[in-house]
Design a protein around this ligand. Structure first.
Ligand SMILES: Cc1cc2nc3c(=O)[nH]c(=O)nc-3n(C[C@H](O)[C@H](O)[C@H](O)COP(=O)(O)OP(=O)(O)OC[C@H]3O[C@@H](n4cnc5c(N)ncnc54)[C@H](O)[C@@H]3O)c2cc1C
Length: 389
C-alpha cells in the first residue's frame, strides 16, 4: 500500500498550487528512489551517492537561493522539500540541509563573485559536494570558544585545528570552515586536496547511519588570500547559516513523524491481539491521537514559520521554537510507534526504529533541544541563561 502522509486538518491546503506540485514531485522521488534502498544504506552505514545528481537535477540543492543555477523557490517550498525527504530518512534531508543552507547559503551570502561563480552552479547541480565545519571536539554548543585558527601570511592564510561531527566531511569537494583570525571568527573555503587538510569518517554510529559524519584536520594548511569569505563578519555569520538549516529541520522532522504515524496506524489496523485488531484498544487509539495531534501542531508551526520567512518577518527565535518543538514531537512519534509495533519494531522491516535512531542526532545537532529552550528563554525574559555572558 502506498504511503499516505497524514494531514488531518488539511494543513497542506494552506500551500499554493506550486508548492503542492513540488511536494508531490519530491514525494514520488522519495517513494521511488529513496525508499527501496535506504534501509540497506542505514544497515551498511553508507550514503546513497547516486541520489546527489538526481536531487541537483530536481533543483533541491540550494532550492531557495537565487541565480547561479539555483531554483529560486520560496522558503515554504524549501521546507516542504525537507519534510518530504526526511519522510525517507534524516540522512538524505541532512545532505540537502548541509549542501543548501550550510554551504551554498554562506557562499551566496558572504562569498566573492568569483567564489559564487566557481562553486554555486556545481553545488546546485550536485556535481560538487560541500561541508560546514564549525563544531570542534571541545566546542559544540559553545562554538565561540573554538580553537581552530587562521593566521595571515604574506600570500594568504595558514589554518590549524580540528573540526568534529561534520556531515559530508570526507566526500566534500569544498569545506566552509570557521576559524579564529586576529579580527575575529571568519569563514574560509578549503578545497579537497589542499596540503595540510585531511578528513576521516566517524565510524560505529547508532544514528544517522546513512550519512557521512566526519572529522576535519588542519595542520599548517595554507590557503590563498581569496579563500576567505569576504562578507563573513564573526560568529554571527555562522549562526545565520545554522538558522537557515534549522528552519529546514523544523519542517523535515514532520516528515519523519508522518512516516512513523503511517506505520503505527497500519499496524494498529492489522495486528490482531486478543482476537481483535490492536486499534480496537483504547490505549492504542490514545497513542495514535497524541501522535496525530503533535504532527498537526508541528505542521501549523512550520507553515506559519515559512510564511513569516517568505514575508521577511521571521526572527531566529521563531526558528528555535519550531526546531525544538518539531524534533521532540517527531522523536516521541518514533518512540511511540516503535513501542506499538512490539518486537517487530526493533527490526529493519519497519521504519520507525531507523527514524527513532536518526532523530537522536537531529535533536542534538544544529543546537540541542536545551540550547533552543535557552535561546527562546533569553528572548522572552531578556536574561541570558546560556552561560556566554
Ligand atoms: C550526526 C551529526 C551531524 C553533525 N553535523 C555537523 C556539521 O555538519 N557541522 C558542524 O559544525 N557540526 C555538526 N554536528 C555537531 C552538532 O552541531 C553538535 O553536536 C551540537 O551543537 C552539540 O554540541 P556537543 O555535541 O559538543 O554537545 P555539548 O555542547 O557538549 O552539550 C552536551 C549537553 O550539554 C547541554 N548544554 C550545553 N550547553 C548548555 C547550557 N548552557 N545549559 C544547559 N545545558 C547545556 C546540551 O544541551 C547537551 O545536552 C553534528 C552532530 C551530529 C550528531
Amino acid at each position: 500500500m502506498p504511503y499516505e502522509a497524514p494531514d488531518f486538518m488539511d494543513v497542506d491546503g494552506l500551500l499554493t498550487d506550486d508548492e503542492r506540485v513540488v511536494r508531490d514531485t519530491v514525494r514520488s522521488f522519495v517513494e521511488e528512489r529513496v525508499m527501496p534502498d535506504i534501509g540497506k544504506h542505514f544497515e551498511e552505514g553508507t550514503f546513497p551517492h547516486n541520489l546527489i545528481p538526481e536531487m541537483g537535477e530536481m533543483g533541491l540543492l540550494g532550492a531557495s537561493l537565487e541565480g547561479y543555477g539555483c531554483a529560486g523557490m520560496n522558503e515554504t517550498t524549501y521546507g516542504v522539500i525537507c519534510r518530504e525527504l526526511e519522510r525517507g530518512d534524516s540522512g538524505v534531508r541532512s545532505f540537502v540541509s548541509v549542501q543548501g543552507s550550510l554551504v551554498m547559503y554562506p557562499i551566496h551570502t558572504f562569498g566573492s563573485e568569483e567564489q559564487k561563480q566557481r562553486w554555486l552552479p556545481k553545488l546546485a547541480a550536485g556535481k560538487a559536494v560541500g561541508c560546514f565545519g564549525l563544531t570542534e571536539p571541545d566546542f559544540g554548543s559553545d562554538p565561540g570558544g573554538m580553537i581552530t585558527n587562521a593566521k595571515p601570511t604574506a600570500d594568504g592564510w595558514v589554518l590549524n585545528g580540528a573540526k568534529m561531527w561534520i556531515t559530508n566531511g570526507t566526500i566534500a569537494d569544498v569545506a566552509v570552515v570557521w576559524a579564529k583570525t586576529p579580527e575575529g571568527i571568519r569563514g574560509f573555503l578549503v578545497e579537497k586536496g589542499t596540503k595540510g587538510y585531511t578528513t576521516r569518517d566517524t565510524e560505529r554510529k547508532w544514528s544517522l547511519r546513512a550519512s557521512h559524519t566526519s572529522e576535519l584536520y588542519f595542520d599548517d594548511c595554507h590557503v590563498s588570500k581569496d579563500a576567505i569569505l569576504p562578507g563573513s563578519t564573526g560568529l554571527v555569520s555562522a549562526l545565520m547559516c545554522l538558522n537557515s538549516a534549522r528552519y529546514g529541520i523544523a519542517w523535515g522532522a514532520i516528515g519523519a513523524a508522518q512516516a512513523c504515524y503511517d506505520e503505527a496506524l497500519r499496524y494498529a489496523k492489522t495486528r490482531i491481539i486478543y482476537k481483535k485488531p490492536m486499534g480496537r484498544f483504547q490505549l492504542v487509539q490514545q497513542k495514535l491521537v497524541e501522535m496525530l495531534t503533535g504532527i498537526t501542531n508541528g505542521q501549523l508551526l512550520a507553515w506559519r514559520l515559512g510564511n513569516l520567512k517568505d514575508t521577511g518577518k521571521s526572527h531566529f527565535t521563531h526558528v528555535s521554537m519550531a526546531k525544538r518543538n518539531n524534533v521532540k514531537m517527531a522523536l516521541e512519534c518514533a518512540r511511540t510507534t516503535r513501542d506499538m509495533l512490539g518486537a517487530s519494531g526493533i527490526t529493519h522491516e519497519y521504519v520507525s526504529g531507523r527514524h527513532m535512531a536518526n532523530l537522536e542526532s537531529v535533536i542534538t545537532y544544529e543546537g540541542t533541544h536545551d540550547i533552543h529552550a535557552l535561546i527562546v528563554g533569553m528572548h522572552v525574559t531578556g536574561l541570558n541563561a546560556l552561560g556566554n555572558d
